[in-house]
Design a protein around this ligand. Sequence first.
Ligand code: OGA
Ligand code: NI
Length: 373
Amino acid sequence: MENQKEEKVNFRRSLIVPSVQQLANQQSITKIPDRYVQKLDHHDSSVVSSDNPLTIPSVPVIDLHNLTANTSTYSSELNKLHMASKEWGFFQVINHGISESLLEDFKREVFKLFSLSMEEKKKLWQDEDNPEGFGQLFVVSNDQKLDWSDMFYIATHPNNLKKSQVFQKLPLSLREKLEAYCAEAKKLAVTILDHMGKALGMETREMSELFEDGFQSMRMNYYPPCPEPELVVGISPHSDADALTILYQLTQTDGLQIRKDGKWVTVKPLPNALVVNVGDIMEIVSNGVYKSVLHRGMVNVDNERLSVATFYNNSAGTEVGPAKSLVVQHKVANFRAVPLEEYLKGYFAKKLDGKSYLDYMKLGESKGDTSQI
Ligand code: OGA
Ligand code: NI
């Protein structure tokens, strides 16, 4: 175990790809390059939008304020959180405790980051052995179709951010807001995981031991407008590999869709709410009770869309596997257990491909069950 603690998580980097933002900015662009034209079944007719909440189910909204201990609302809100995590794998949180002013300030800084000139961005591009910076993740071959987006990736905890070369090159005002936001997002993730542990009936210390000093990283997404949106995908269908993702939709533009009962459901941005989703690790820790659900990002003709996904994982040196108290409770382990570093390395080395990595972690009869799709 000691050795694993010291091992640095260093993912294989993705191939370098062009900037979609730069491509989209060319005035003359009316047809998109072939490399961005994706299979049409991503654009099937099963998209539903939650415009009319009476007929179409929308992603549950959890009021974190109602989860304050000893309030009369506690047990019903906890049950709501439990059902949302089981049946949707996604929910939006309000009264999450991250101040409106920090959200606004951070948003402004992220907009500025993506508005830097190409010359400035080049200084912040990914390189041979570091996935941090502008670029793409999960591009493993030159034939692979590309998503209609640019991203900026950075590992934010527990690595000392100030020692990160990419972080040092960022504008000071962004650095300040990024650090503040990450600290708040970590607190929020730990709080929600704690509530999930209670809802699942896990032993109290199990959750905190796994997640008190978790590995946190951040992916900022920029989806430019697209002249042929029906041919592209902003971010390909995937489930997140982490335990819990907090997604901040910076714009009021629709784009995020999640798979629910065989259909794609749009997650409408709610002002001051954050989108939270169960990642593969939490599906594993919950021994399969909670679901890490497929989701994707779509783009449109007129509006750009920006989002920041903050990923929260176990602490270094711990294992990714079903919680021991749940294995006792369920009398079966539905997933294998592997060290966190091995788990993350395996995930980053492959192309984003639905839930197949989670499938690899499955044991016994549950293996091969991709009923989400
Ligand atoms: C992600 C993601 C969705 C979005 O970054 O993992 O799913 O709406 N993003 O940008
Ligand atoms: Ni995602």
